[in-house]
Design a binder for this molecule. Structure first.
Ligand code: NDP
Length: 434
C-alpha cells in the first residue's frame, strides 16, 4: 500500500507528508483571510503577519462557530440522504488488487440537480440567503479543518478495527497510515460508500454550491453580477456538471481505484476542494472586474473547449476499456497493447492499453486541458494579484506528480508492456516537451 512510498525516497516522503499535514490547515485560513480581508494581496497579509507576529495569526483565525457547524451538518446530512435515497443504476467499479469488485449506485447527476435546485429555490423564495455562507466562510473553513482531521482519525481507527473489505492494510507506521489511508473502499453499512461521499457528494458538490454562493454574494453587494464572475461561475459549473455526468467514470480513476481513504484524499476533498478549488470565485466577489463582451466570450469559449477535450480524453479511455477495444477512436480502429499483469493473489490478468487518440499524443495528455481549463476560469480575475492563480499552480504540481506516480505504478504493474507503451508514446504529459 501507499504507492508513493515506492516512488519517492523515505526522506522526501516523510518531509512532504509532515509538511502537508502541518501547513495545509493554516494555509486554508490564510488564503481565505487574504481573499476576503486583505484585498487578495499576499504582500498585505505578509506585512500584517510581520507586524503582529504569532498573536496576529491567532487574531485572524476564526473559531468554528455554531452557525458554521449547523451549515456544514445540514449540507452533509442532505448530501448523505441524497446519496442513499435517490435512485440510480447499479454500477461496478474496477476489480481491486485483492479481487473485490465495488458496487455503486450511480445517482450523482440527480443529487447535483436536486442540490442546485434546492439551494437556488431556498434563495429565490427568501427561505435562506446564501450570502450568509460567504459571511461565515472563515468559521466554516475552521470547522471543516478540525472536523475533517477528526474524520481522518476515524478512518484510521476504522481501517484497524472494522475494515469494510480485504482491500485494507497498515504500513505499520501511524503517520503514513493516517496520511495515505488504510482502506480502499471504506463503507458505513453495505451501501454508504465513504469515498463517494467525501470526494463527490461533499467535495465536488460544495464546489458547485460555493460557486453559486459567490455569484449571489456579489449580486447582493453590487446589485449585479460582473461578466468576470459570470465567466468564472459558468466554467466551474460546466466542469462540475461534466464531473457528475461522468461520476461513474470517476470511480474507475486513481482517486477511487488506487488511493486509499486517508488525509491525502479525504481531508483534501472535504477541506481543500471547498477552499482552494473555489478560490478564484472567492477573490472575484470583492473584485468585480469588467472584461467586456468580446474578451469574456473568448475566455468562456476557450475554457469550454478545454473542458470538452479533458472530458473526451477520459471518455476515449473508458469507452475503449468498456468495449474491450471494439470502438472507434478518432474514426479509426484503436491501436493498442494487450498488457498482462499478476494480481496480489498471483492470478494472471490482462488489460488493454490504448495507444492512439489522445492517449497516443502523450501518456497523460488529459492533464493539459485540465490545467488550461482552470487557467481560463481564473483569468477573469486578470493579473493584479497572484493568489487567484494559486489553484492553477497547485493543480499543475499535483498533476505532474500524479503523472509520475501513475507511470511508476503502471510500470511496476505491467512491466515490459508499459515499456512498449513508453517507447510508442514517449512523452509523459506535454507532447514534445515532457
Ligand atoms: P486516469 O483516468 O488517467 O487513470 C489512470 C489509469 O488509467 C492508470 O492508472 C491505468 O490504470 C489506466 N491507463 C493508463 N494509461 C492507459 C492507456 N493508455 N489506456 C488505457 N488505460 C490506461 O487518472 P486520473 O484519476 O489522474 O484522471 C481522471 C480525471 O480526473 C482526469 O480528467 C483528470 O484531469 C482529473 N483529475 C482532476 C484533478 C483535480 O484536482 N482537478 C485531480 C486528478 C485528476 P489501470 O491500472 O486500470 O491500467
Amino acid at each position: 500500500m501507499g504507492e508513493s512510498k515506492t516512488v519517492h525516497s523515505a526522506l522526501v516522503t516523510y518531509t512532504s507528508v509532515i509538511s502537508l499535514l502541518t501547513l495545509c490547515p493554516p494555509f486554508v485560513i490564510l488564503l481565505w483571510y487574504t481573499m476576503v480581508h486583505a484585498d487578495g494581496s499576499v504582500l498585505q497579509t505578509f506585512e500584517y503577519l510581520k507586524q503582529h507576529g504569532l498573536q496576529g495569526l491567532k487574531d485572524i483565525l476564526p473559531a468554528p462557530s455554531p452557525i458554521a457547524w449547523k451549515l456544514i451538518a445540514c449540507f452533509g446530512a442532505f448530501e448523505a440522504i441524497l446519496q442513499l435515497a435517490l435512485p440510480g443504476k447499479r454500477v461496478e467499479g474496477p476489480i481491486s488488487p485483492n479481487g473485490n469488485i465495488p458496487v455503486y449506485k450511480a445517482n450523482g447527476l440527480q443529487a447535483y440537480a436536486v442540490t442546485l435546485v434546492t439551494y437556488l429555490s431556498l434563495w429565490w423564495f427568501g427561505i435562506f440567503n446564501p450570502a450568509i455562507v460567504y459571511d461565515h466562510l472563515g468559521e466554516i473553513y475552521s470547522a471543516l479543518v478540525m472536523g475533517s482531521l477528526v474524520f481522518c482519525l476515524f478512518l484510521y481507527l476504522k481501517g484497524h478495527v472494522a475494515p469494510s473489505s480485504s482491500d485494507s492494510g497498515s504500513s505499520g507506521n501511524f503517520i503514513i497510515d493516517f496520511y495515505w489511508g488504510m482502506e480502499l473502499y471504506p463503507r458505513i453499512g453495505k451501501h454508504f460508500d465513504i469515498k463517494v461521499f467525501t470526494n463527490c457528494r461533499f467535495g465536488m458538490m460544495s464546489w458547485a454550491v460555493l460557486a453559486v454562493t459567490y455569484c449571489i454574494k456579489q449580486y447582493e453587494m453590487n446589485g449585479q453580477v460582473s461578466d468576470s464572475m459570470l465567466v468564472n461561475t459558468v466554467l466551474m459549473l460546466v466542469y462540475i456538471t461534466k464531473f457528475f455526468w461522468w461520476e461513474a467514470g470517476y470511480w474507475c480513476t486513481m482517486d477511487i481505484a488506487h488511493d486509499r481513504a486517508g488525509f491525502y484524499i479525504c481531508w483534501g476533498c472535504l477541506v481543500w476542494v471547498p477552499s482552494i478549488y473555489t478560490s478564484p470565485g472567492m477573490y472575484l466577489v470583492n473584485h468585480p472586474v469588467s472584461l467586456g463582451t468580446q474578451l469574456a466570450l473568448f475566455i468562456l469559449v476557450s475554457g469550454l473547449l478545454c473542458i470538452y477535450i479533458n472530458y473526451d480524453c477520459d471518455r476515449q479511455r473508458q469507452e475503449f476499456r468498456r468495449t474491450n477495444g471494439k470502438c472507434l477512436i478518432w474514426g479509426k480502429a484503436p491501436s493498442k497493447i494487450v498488457a498482462s499483469y499478476r494480481t496480489e493473489k498471483g492470478e494472471t490478468k490482462t488489460s488493454l492499453l490504448l495507444t492512439s487518440g489522445w492517449w497516443g499524443v502523450s501518456r497523460h495528455f488529459h492533464y493539459v486541458p485540465e490545467i488550461l481549463a482552470a487557467f481560463f476560469w481564473t483569468v477573469p480575475a486578470l493579473f493584479n494579484h497572484f493568489l487567484p492563480y494559486f489553484y492553477v499552480l497547485f493543480l499543475t504540481i499535483l498533476l505532474f506528480d500524479r503523472a509520475k506516480r501513475d507511470d511508476d505504478r503502471c510500470a511496476s504493474k505491467y512491466g515490459k508492456y508499459w515499456k512498449m507503451y513508453c517507447n510508442k508514446v514517449p512523452y509523459r504529459v506535454i507532447p514534445g516537451i515532457h
